[in-house]
Write a protein that binds this ligand. Structure first.
Ligand SMILES: [Zn+2]
Ligand SMILES: [Zn+2]
Length: 107
């Protein structure tokens, strides 16, 4: 599975202190959420849990630590879908809307 560092390599290298602070904020936020994947609507185990930035760090670095920009997803398939298979360049602008449709279909 990918790591926060590998998914946000450029940001992590440029801003190591902010990255570790962000990781802490994301972990605390995730602990307080229902453990359900935003994308597929199924339960997420802690070991499979990842926090997705709806607006990616490379596009909107100011939103790196903003919980309104967080989305809880499964690592692997669901998180990859959020990035159109490419963590470095892809993201879905209408993420919330896409999640609603996908969850309805899979339920
Ligand atoms: Zn999922
Ligand atoms: Zn993501």
């Amino acid at each position: 599975m990918t790591t926060l560092l590998s998914r946000n390599f450029r940001y992590a290298i440029l801003h190591p202190v902010r990255t570790s602070r962000m990781a802490r904020i994301m972990r605390r936020w995730a602990d307080a959420q229902p453990q359900v994947c935003e994308y597929c609507g199924k339960l997420v185990r802690r070991s499979k849990r990842q926090v997705h930035h709806c607006l990616p760090l490379w596009a909107v670095p100011e939103a790196a630590e903003n919980p309104e920009n967080f989305s809880l997803v499964h690592g692997g398939h669901c998180h990859q879908a959020a990035h159109l298979g490419n963590y470095a360049e892809g993201y879905i602008e209408n993420w919330g809307e896409v999640c609603d449709v996908i969850r309805r279909k899979w339920r």
